[in-house]
Design a protein around this ligand. Structure first.
Ligand code: PR8
Length: 469
């Protein structure tokens, strides 16, 4: 894509998704169509979390004392915290932070709630806005200062093994979620210098956008006992001893919508996966003075028949040229357009246009049309996902030559390389290539006999490097 950034902004604007002219940098306004995509995305995610998590809602403000308690954590967020210092004209006795994330809001309460092993595991999630005074270049949905849709889950466990199993479960949950959206990803374990402040380790999902840059679209953190020790989260185990709990957390943001746009879209605009598209079908009536009533009536009956099958339908009956309607819904990425004019009514047919591949399909306008269109919508979901995964897999290259890495990344690839896992060689690889290590993809068996691309020592991992957002 020629100029991804320009294209992305144009889609946000013309697609009625987001207005980025709000007069605070990094804070944007959700527009009606974008808000609907957000709503359907959240519904899918909530369904997954609700299987074994409970939803809660914590306050936005965190007392300075709590935020500062966990040393490594606060250091990681120090430069990113917005502070509330006044109530009216009166200076507050204690500064209050706008949550950059909610560990230090939630964990003091966990300490009050958790008493015994029977209270565990405890699995909560909340969907809130968080605030981070990002110093890097801000971009709507991608890097914002108000993350308006932060989905964070926090879990507490009796044993280390259970917390590790929870990390795996959260990864499975994310996979299921991104699969609904047809978003391809790589999963890697972040290097020590890039893990979440306070975590034992961080697992991250990265998606490759059309400009060849990867976007971290979700993370799962094993927090070990670090926060439990800081916030005194203990429980009485089966032997009657008071011991510290183990914790995990995971988080997703508005970047989910950014990846839907940036992965599926094309030159003509958005291509929405039906799973989160506000309308699965947009009906475009072709209206002339003559036969107008009959056409609109047919559109309405069809809408009701589709809706009875759980299909989301919109009739675009605006008083403008059909060509303009086609153009608008192309930008908005509605999966299927269905047109009906007086002639179609007479001939008992309708034309369906698929947004993903532009295919036009003529269908008889009889009792078979509902099932036929539903099949097409399902096929769009699968095709979008397959196409995205094919592109993604074609863009992962393994290299055993350090000098070749920048060239491969410039061509839009994520590059796999062998690494001894040591920080000094990792940092040197980043410096020499001028790109970022995403993390380790998998651990190598010793009989694979691979050498570290930088040091020549025995490699321990296949790791990934890319141009990141
Ligand atoms: C946590 N605590 O906070 P995380 N704009 C848009 N998206 C962002 C931004 C930003 N400025 N910063 C981060 N993200 C843990 C887990 C509770 C939940 C997105 O983890 O700091 C990134 O996709 O890794 C990131 O992976 C996710 O939020 C979670 O943030």
């Amino acid at each position: 894509m020629e100029n991804f950034s320009e294209w992305f902004h144009e889609i946000l604007d013309k697609g009625d998704i987001m207005d980025s002219r709000y007069p605070i940098k990094g804070m944007n306004v959700w527009l009606p169509y974008g808000f609907k995509i957000r709503k359907y995305t959240l519904e899918l995610l909530k369904e997954l979390f609700d299987r074994d998590h409970d939803e809660v809602l914590f306050p936005l403000l965190i007392p300075e004392e709590e935020l500062a308690k966990e040393g490594i954590h606060v250091k990681g967020f120090e430069e990113e915290v917005y502070w509330v210092t006044h109530g009216g004209s009166k200076e507050l006795n204690e500064k209050l932070a706008l949550r950059p994330t909610s560990e230090t809001a939630i964990y003091p309460m966990f300490a009050l709630w958790i008493r015994s092993h029977i209270d565990l595991p405890m699995k909560y999630y909340q969907i809130v806005n968080t605030f981070r005074y990002e110093t890097k270049h801000t971009r709507p949905l991608i890097r914002v200062r108000e993350i308006s849709t932060f989905k964070e889950a926090h879990t507490v466990h009796a044993t280390k093994e259970e917390s590790e199993a929870q990390v795996e479960d959260a990864i499975e949950l994310y996979k299921e979620f991104f699969d609904y959206l047809g978003i391809p990803y790589v999963i890697s374990k972040r290097p020590e210098w890039d893990k979440f402040p306070g975590a034992d380790y961080t697992m991250a999902f990265d998606a490759l956008m059309k400009d060849g840059k990867t976007l971290q679209i979700g993370t799962v953190h094993n927090l070990g006992q670090t926060f439990a020790k800081t916030f005194d989260i203990t429980f009485e185990n089966e032997e009657g001893k008071h011991v510290y709990a183990y914790q995990t957390c995971c988080g997703l943001s508005d970047r989910i919508i950014a990846s839907i746009i940036g992965i599926h879209g094309d030159e003509k605009g958005l291509i929405l996966p039906p799973s989160v598209s506000p309308n699965h079908i947009t009906i475009i009536p072709i209206l002339f003075k003559e036969g107008k009533e009959e056409v609109l009536e047919k559109c309405q009956t069809l809408k009701e028949e589709f809706e009875a099958e759980g299909v989301r339908v919109h009739i675009d009956d605006r008083d403008i040229r059909p060509g303009k309607k086609f153009y608008d819904w192309e930008i908005k990425g509605t999966p299927v357009k269905l047109e009906i004019g007086p002639r179609d009514l007479k001939e008992n047919k309708t034309i369906i246009t698929r947004r993903d591949n532009g295919e036009k399909i003529e269908l008889p306008l009889d009792e078979t049309v509902i099932d036929s269109v539903i099949d097409i919508i399902e096929d769009v979901n699968v095709s979008i996902s397959n196409k995205a995964w094919e592109n993604h897999e074609d863009s992962i290259k393994i290299s055993e030559d350090l000098d070749e890495i920048p060239k491969l990344i410039k061509e839009g690839n994520i590059v796999g390389f062998y690494w001894n896992g040591k920080e000094d060689s990792g940092k040197a690889i980043e410096e020499e290539t001028d790109y970022d290590i995403l993390g380790t993809y998998n651990e190598l068996d010793s009989d694979e006999n691979k050498k570290c691309i930088y040091s020549g020592e025995d490699a321990k991992y296949l790791a990934l490097i890319a141009k990141t957002y």
